[in-house]
Write a protein that binds this ligand. Sequence first.
Ligand code: PGA
Length: 259
Amino acid sequence: MRTLLIAGNWKMNLLRSGAVALAEALAARYPQTPAGTELLVCPPFPYLIPVGEALRNSAVQLGAQTSYFEPPGAFTGEVANEMLVDVGCRYVIQGHSERRHVLGESDAVVNRKVRASLERGLKVILCVGELLEERQAGQTERVLDTQLETGLKDIEARAAAGVVIAYEPVWAIGTGVVATEQQAQSAHAHIRNWLAGRYNSEFAAAARILYGGSVKPENAAGLLSQPDVDGALVGGASLKADSFSGIIEAANRVLEDNS
Ligand code: PGA
């Protein structure tokens, strides 16, 4: 059965009261979700615990936005996967474009992080995506291949089953410029094809590939209707209960139409 994952990436937004209020609003709306939709929010580290408490008894799962690849130890300022598991996280995002391009994370670091998170039992949302100049130069697929190749290096199929890929064209993140449905579908199909080559066709068919970059209630249904789009990673529109819910409702409608 087709399923869709709708994930909110709150980035470095909200303070405690706003984070808890948003989580409470989502928990009230989604004590459970229709079969096929999976919900996730990824708040900033300091609010994982209160947000997790607000989400208890709801269908909304808790995730984090990154983590370090070492086990707990002398790594000032970092957060270990063990700690994320301990506070109830099921998922962690790795390789987000802001980590790559603002914080300087290399493909090799992203790979170490993905491996460490999987080893600690977290599911990983591995983000990939091209810059505007790379797209304009016709390099989108080459960039995706490199990020997939290095991001999933030394990760065999059984472990890789815990990885969700998020295709996030960098030019669409936080810009209001969303990829067209055709651009998203074509990149997603390319990624699925790459996964079939790297692993096998059953693996690729079961893999989840999310689209991220200016997803809003108004454009969600069109994107989620694409055959290779298995959900959305939502930044700005995940910061308000109404807009995040609008995207969730769009996902539910797409699944109903498909059934
Ligand atoms: P956006 O962010 O929805 O605000 O474009 C998406 C993301 O960075 O995951």
